[in-house]
Write a protein that binds this ligand. Sequence first.
Ligand SMILES: [Zn+2]
Length: 419
Amino acid sequence: MAQRLLDAGFAEADVVVLGPNDRKGNMVARFRGKAGSTLKPILIIAHLDVVEAQRRDWTTDPFKFVEKDGYYYGRGTQDMKNSDAIAVANFIRMRKEGFVPDRDIILALTADEEGGRSNGVDWLLKNHRDLIDAEYALNPDSGTVRTDNPPAVEFEAAEKLYADYQVLATNAGGHSSLPTPDNAIYHVADALAVLQKSPFPFELNAVTREYFSQMAKLETHQIAADMRAILTTPPDPAAIERLSQDPAWNSTMRTTCVATMLSAGHALNALPQRAEANVNCRIFPGHSQEEIRLTLVKLFNDPKLSVRTRNSAGEVADHGTDRKPMAPAPLRDDVMNALRGVAGKLWPGAAVIPIMEVGASDSVYTSNAGIPSYGICGVAIDRDDERAHGKDERVRVDSFYKGLEFYYLFLKALTSPAG
Ligand SMILES: [Zn+2]
């Protein structure tokens, strides 16, 4: 990709490949804007790595780019070599046209989003902040286009924070013929029963407020009325209750914590010496892992239980990290107007809807570094054809080309003085 940009006439100084080692390279390319512009650049981040794929599971070879029946097949065609290619192709197209944006546009194609220890966005921010410093960032790793009727362009402007907690009870144990009220399994079971009946409080932020107000226009009847009713002050508790029956809306309205694993006891005829559950939480922006840990301690209200955090390596610690979720990005007029304009041109009548993702992307790094980040992707994936990380990953050829056109028009709208 660096070579293609150089071949298209980019200056060598504006196309660099760098990283902590040869295997974890990141490409940073700068599309020069108007000389002397005082506007800070726009940054596009997109990861280059993909998750593993087994040849024996796939219909096609996952590591060959195959066009078949109107689709491109191959690992990364949805997540996210499609968007890497789109960004590079548009840099070349705009360059060939002699387009001069009103500020620099930076493209960072990076390593280790899906896994690994050398996350490229994190590494660039820590080691070469000057190369990618920007007014805001666009990350095509999230956001989608729904081509239902009416169509909708969803973009990510907030993310929840992931956390695991170990809930543990220990006991001296003993012979099961002589039970005592103090039983490790009952302590954990009681705590989980309390958790099940104690949803976290309803919350809104600017992103989810706009999400529900846009969705209310697409939904009908009771659901539309409920979405409006949760946006009033105070919100209608009955409407919250009804919308909470839908797992996605429930998760958009609050922090969620749920029991995901359970293990206890060591013999059929012994009192348990140990009982342990994992509680997995998706934390609403604005709260830390430690704050939620303390909330669980208070909720369980049982001195026989310990509640500790567990990291991705499985290590348990007494306190949560103070890492907070990505700060919700402000719904800036310039970004929103450009997005609405281009979406309306390519998908007439499309609603433009901000979403809060329940997972995390590289936007957490840029966002936490003070660069507001938007997950915007113009490639439509059919409903029920979400195959990222899965078998026979594919993208419609016409969706790909429309996504290419989308980013071309979108970047121009964002960086043309006339808008
Ligand atoms: Zn991805």
